[in-house]
Design a protein around this ligand. Structure first.
Ligand code: ZN
Length: 338
């Protein structure tokens, strides 16, 4: 089969199409024929080595996978040959105290899914969620790391209530777009924070009531003005340290600050008194559970969320896909069709 193999970290060109053997599904594993694989910014930092530079090479990247079950390994449960499926981000053991208490994403034995930049990939059956026929693979592949994680943040971690105000940072990114739609669907007033004004119209189309252009400045006065001086009840922070200070200043008294993403290695610094004077709650979101991914699939099927595919490219153009994601001009996912 053809696969984009990475033998060293570096620029997009280190991803080279090679002929490699089709993987054999082991016990509890399933061989998928890859229908589509998303290219995320996470893939970019894994490729250029700023993140997880201890990764064993050579490797086939790609964890946003949707496809068709081609073959079953031994002792596979819950899926059959021919099923259309999408994947969550991590495989977890299913037996530890975290897995048994609704925190499978914190499983100490969790292993990241990868290998999707290929015609076939072997994955554990535990990571799979059924994808109905109406949802295209190009949309299905990205659901776990985008809609699934956003649902974890908005519904299950922040527990956004009808009538609250939610500030979403990185609103035009992979996590931000579904966060805007889900917060709107939850009945909140949504303030979308984005780096450039060019994406404002698209964000309003998705349901943002207000768009604030961050542009490296202190935008908290804009948020306070929009909210009549109260600030946002919930901050869904998909960016992290780069916007933390103005985002925290935008938080209402008694608000919840939800950490979802961190794009750089920069630290944040805050006087603890600012947290207790604001009666703030700090919350961390980690990845997506199976049941959350299944909910994400239902929300897309019923038309509540509309994940955007910016562009579909053949596997041979994987380096171009990485260059485009790194440049960051598009709205929605760039997806490879192996
Ligand atoms: Zn576990």
């Amino acid at each position: 089969m053809k696969a984009a193999v990475m033998r060293e970290h570096g620029p997009p060109e280190v991803l080279r199409l090679e002929e490699v053997p089709v993987p054999q599904p082991g016990e509890g594993e399933v061989l998928l024929r890859v229908g589509a694989v998303g290219v995320s910014y996470h893939d970019v930092v894994e490729r250029n080595g700023t993140y997880r530079s201890d990764m064993a090479l050579p490797v086939i990247l790609g964890y946003e996978i949707a496809g068709t079950v081609e073959r079953l390994g031994e002792r596979v449960q819950g899926v059959s040959v021919g099923d259309r499926v999408c994947c969550k981000v991590f495989h977890s053991c299913g037996r530890c105290r975290f897995c048994r208490n609704g925190m499978e994403t914190a499983c100490p034995e969790r292993r990241a899914v990868h290998g999707g930049y290929a015609e076939y990939v072997a994955v554990p059956d535990e990571v799979l969620v059924r994808l109905p026929d109406e949802i295209d693979f190009a949309v299905g592949c990205m659901l776990g790391p985008t809609v699934g994680v956003a649902l974890n943040a908005i519904r299950d971690t922040a527990r956004v209530q009808l009538g609250e105000t939610v500030l979403v940072s990185g609103a035009s990114g992979g996590l931000g777009l579904p966060s805007v739609e889900l917060a709107r669907a939850a009945g909140a007033q949504v303030i979308a924070l984005t780096r450039s004004g060019e994406k404002a119209a698209a964000l309003q189309e998705l349901g943002a009531h207000h768009v604030v252009v961050a542009d490296g400045r202190d935008f908290s006065s804009d948020v306070l003005e929009i909210t009549g001086g109260n600030g946002a009840d919930v901050v869904i922070d998909n960016i992290g340290s780069r916007v933390f200070t103005p985002c925290f200043k935008s938080l209402a008294v008694g608000g919840r600050y939800v950490f979802v993403g961190q794009l750089t290695k920069e630290q944040i610094s805050i006087n603890p008194a600012r947290i207790f004077f604001r009666r703030a709650t700090l919350l961390g979101v980690g990845s997506v559970r199976s049941d959350q991914l299944a909910s994400a699939v239902r929300l897309v099927r019923q038309g509540t969320v509309h994940p955007r595919v910016a562009m579909e490219l053949p596997l041979a153009e994987v380096a171009r896909a990485h260059a485009l994601v790194e440049a960051g001009g598009q709205i929605g996912r760039i997806v490879l069709r192996p």
